[in-house]
Design a protein around this ligand. Sequence first.
Ligand code: SF4
Length: 205
Amino acid sequence: MKVPFEGTILSVKARIRLIRSFDQIPTHQYQGYSLVMSGKVGDAARDFKIAIGPKAHEKHRFRIGDVVSGEGEAVPDPNTEWGEFYKISGLEVHKRGPSPDDAPPGPDGGIAPALEVYRANGHRRLDRDTWARNCAACPWGLNMVTEIIVDHWNPDRKKYRFETHCYGPKDCPRYNPGKPYRVPGRSAGMVYVDDDVERSSQPFR
Ligand code: SF4
């Protein structure tokens, strides 16, 4: 069942799923964008997040301060989607936020770029507290659904968690990597420590 929503955008983030299999280089699914909003869902006033596809963002170029309405379905499993609502329809923009159409993404907002730009930049781990404190408005700082294939001989055996990562420039003064992510293996005690080695050679703009 779809529920109506209306609210003001607080941030726009890419929606990229990270897929890990122990010590293999992670792969990614570039799904679209998440809009973090404050407003009303049905009759309830609250903050909420919606998951949209890349075409909706390409069309509207969402930004902080936009007032947007639509309707969507609650996601069935909150472990597999950061947004609370997906299958969004009837999106309308009622008022535009202050950023111009070509505002570059940065710590205080701007326009989230095409998913191809995220793919080209690559990401580095980002300390979760730093992400929450310093990166809330930045389109580069993502809280990514992370699917872990625990046993590659039995790929249906999966775990889910959220990892915070930064797709922005190396020299951002707000950046703090935090501890490396630890990836469990198929037997008790097997752990791979991902120290971002495979990403250290990327240009990262
Ligand atoms: S550390 Fe990354 S996510 Fe945070 S403000 Fe800087 S560029 Fe944005």
